[in-house]
Design a protein around this ligand. Structure first.
Ligand code: AMP
Ligand code: MG
Length: 416
């Protein structure tokens, strides 16, 4: 009797490594070019369209970093305490008008402009005040506790590079420049759909043999995190005609179409064939597990990203394939997720010739974090993604991972 083969990757010898697959896409999908202006409070997650230079010095004037006493360092005795008369007051928003005299100190508060000519601030915690005089202990450094105009951002210098995905801090810096709006790329328009005769809409009654559509909700949530404009096209039946019709219609008005299911080699998998008939498939069968059947193609100028239907594979391939493609199309500067070296909390045999992504969770170990593996395998287990906080990446040629070895850990947080 022939031996049953339980390895669904058996027989494959020409899988495309993911980097090669991406190399084939270079220049195939140009970024969106349209630019729009958005108010700062709607700019988070958007992609900055052009380099932004500081239009002014931030801060605009030299000021004090602490509450204390401003003074001229040259007035201090070398190696001994100095007594200075407190001759004025400068608070944030209330600069000292005049130039203070030599041999005096000015009471000053954080953010107040430095009195003209003064160069150093004594922290109030180090000061002794008596009879309107402050005693400065020896050893205060020249320029201490003084912030310079432009030390945060110098007028005319590059502050935020084109292609940045705007976070709270970039938006804050734009506000510090006095700006109220930013020029960003228009949002990428992405259609999402599920395929499968067994897939049912949550909220409906589940008939025998059906499963609720989890992938679409997952994908819509992931896409929202990328800042794209999502159109939810629902669930398509496993019918070549219907799928082709919907893909063609979606391609008319979207930059990309993301699907789940229907891309493996089973006879009910019509999505890939539909795309091949309408446009081009650039690749499928990449050397990753899970996610080998992930497909990238195009219908006209619209990118097709066909993710496998098993929920953990859908998410993994979204992170590894769909996300970088979509961000590049959105105009973002590519930034591969940071891989952290952590210790393996498990041993695993592995087939060479493909990169395996293992769902893991970090736990504290005696010498730093250890990656624990979800106890069960199976690309269908969405609960494994809920349990995990990232993926361990086992390299192409590895045949066996030993417990305690270093491995590359990709946190989900690096891929949202
Ligand atoms: P497929 O890629 O179409 O062969 O589907 C692989 C597995 O994923 C099957 O068990 C499907 O029932 C399941 N699946 C496909 N699409 C979805 C979906 N949208 N939500 C949940 N499970 C799905
Ligand atoms: Mg299916």
């Amino acid at each position: 009797m022939a031996q049953l083969n339980d390895d669904c990757f058996a027989g494959d010898n020409r899988l495309l490594p993911l980097e090669e697959a991406f190399a084939r896409l270079r220049n195939v999908f140009p970024p969106v070019v349209e630019i729009e202006s958005v108010p700062l409070d709607r700019a988070v997650g958007r992609i900055l369209a052009a380099d932004l230079a500081a239009p002014l010095d931030v801060p605009a004037y030299d000021n004090s970093a602490v509450d204390g006493y401003a003074l001229l360092h040259a007035d201090l005795a070398a190696g001994a305490a100095t007594r200075l008369r407190v001759a004025g007051r400068a608070a944030a928003g209330h600069p000292l008008g005049d130039k203070p005299g030599r041999g005096t100190a000015v009471r000053i508060f954080t953010g107040a402009p430095m009195p003209k000519g003064f160069d150093t601030v004594l922290m109030q915690e180090d000061a002794r005040l008596e009879d309107g005089h402050v005693t400065v202990p020896p050893g205060l450094k020249h320029g201490a506790n003084r912030r310079f105009a432009g030390e945060d951002a110098k007028r005319g210098t590059m502050a935020i590079a084109a292609g940045a995905r705007l976070r709270a801090q970039e938006i804050g810096l734009a506000a510090a420049f006095g700006l109220t709006r930013l020029e960003v790329r228009r949002r990428l328009r992405v259609a999402v759909l599920s395929t499968g005769d067994e897939i049912a809409e949550p909220g409906s009654r589940l008939a025998a043999g059906q499963v609720y559509d989890s992938n679409r909700r997952t994908l819509v949530a992931l896409l929202a995190g990328l800042g794209v404009e999502v159109t939810d096209l629902g669930i398509l039946r496993d019918q070549r005609e219907e799928i082709g019709r919907h893909l063609a219609a979606a391609a008319e008005s979207h930059d990309a179409i993301v699907t789940s299911g229907g891309v493996s080699e089973g006879e009910e998998d019509h999505v890939r064939e539909g795309v091949a008939a309408l446009g081009r498939l650039h690749w499928w069968r990449v050397a990753i597990k899970p996610g080998r059947p992930v497909s990238v193609g195009q219908i006209g100028k619209t990118v097709f990203l066909g993710l496998p239907g098993n929920p953990a594979a859908t998410m993994t391939t979204f992170f590894l394939v769909a996300r970088p493609v979509l961000l590049q199309m959105a105009g973002a500067v590519p930034r591969p997720p940071v891989r952290f070296s952590v210790r393996a909390g498990f041993a695993q045999k592995k087939k060479p010739g493909r990169v395996e992504y293992v769902r893991v969770r970090l736990e504290a170990g005696p010498d730093g974090p250890v990656a624990r593996r979800f106890p069960r395998e199976g690309a269908g287990l969405l609960s494994s993604m809920v349990w995990s906080d990232g993926l361990a990446e086992l390299p192409l040629d590895l045949e066996r991972l030993e417990e305690g070895a270093w491995l590359a850990y990709l946190p989900f947080s690096e891929m949202t």
